[in-house]
Design a binder for this molecule. Sequence first.
Ligand SMILES: *[C@@H]1O[C@H](CO)[C@@H](O)[C@H](O)[C@H]1NC(C)=O
Length: 313
Amino acid sequence: MAAANFKVLRGLLPIAFLAVFVAGDAPKLLNKSELDELVNQGKRVVANFVQDNCPKCATFGPEFLKAASKLVDDKDVEFVLVKDKDVHIRHGVSTTPSILYFREKTPILFTDEMKADHIVNFVQNSQSAFTKSLTDDSFEHLTQAATGATTGDWLVLFLDHNQEESLMLIPTLEAAAEVLKNKVNVATVDVIQEPFLAERFEVDETPSGALTVTFGRGLPAYSKPLFHCFRLGRMYGFHLPQFDVSSVVSFATGWYKNSRAIPVAVPKSPFYRKESDEWAGFEQDLTLDSILAFIAEEEAAKGGTTVNTKEKL
Ligand SMILES: *[C@@H]1O[C@H](CO)[C@@H](O)[C@H](O)[C@H]1NC(C)=O
């Protein structure tokens, strides 16, 4: 009887083996365009950055495979391998193996112990981006930086998303933002897309592509990565000599006090904005300015004295 059972068991073994094999489907090696495509589809992608002749990569391989097989039922997440050196550089990966996790197209660097269980937790707990993106329109409302009626402390990185040098910083910034979660808000401002913020904080793009800031006269010009820490109506500009998770975290949680605090530049007035090309056509809108202009015209039409609205203001 026992022998017969054993026979049945033996018959089932290859099937069980096959099931395990399918579940642990080996992560595919992707090139640059394949990775981009997957990320741009909005998939969550866990990418193991490896290279040849890397003993640590070989040791880590089975752990990565184990993490992949534990999450095999999550159809929105893909585990992949990336060897292409250009892709490593583009995402600021300097050591192998390294894991980047793309969610909502935003990569975050994995900094925990390289063990399957840690990776699984990380993938499940970090499903959306930690860094906010601030715009000309949302900055003041969200940060309340100038009023000091604070929504908490903000660490803001000024960058240009069209530049590789800027994109390289994102995975590390994201990892720092995760550590700073519930303590300091972390955000980026794209200085090209948000010209008013760039001007307000005097962040310029130099021809070399480096971002610099000058706070009026007598203060140093920074080269990127440029951070501003906004706290209680003051801001602290800082150029990190070293861009890694612990440097960013320690700057945001206190080191910034070593840099000089200056009052937060106030937002430019709507009248200022009106002068710019961006706001051509603004005249048609119902604003204080257009109303005053209308009243002045009315007065003039009535034969009264010409009212100079600007002087009145
Ligand atoms: C990436 O791989 C795809 C599919 O194998 C291939 O069609 C494409 O040419 C490759 N791209 C590059 C840049 O090597």
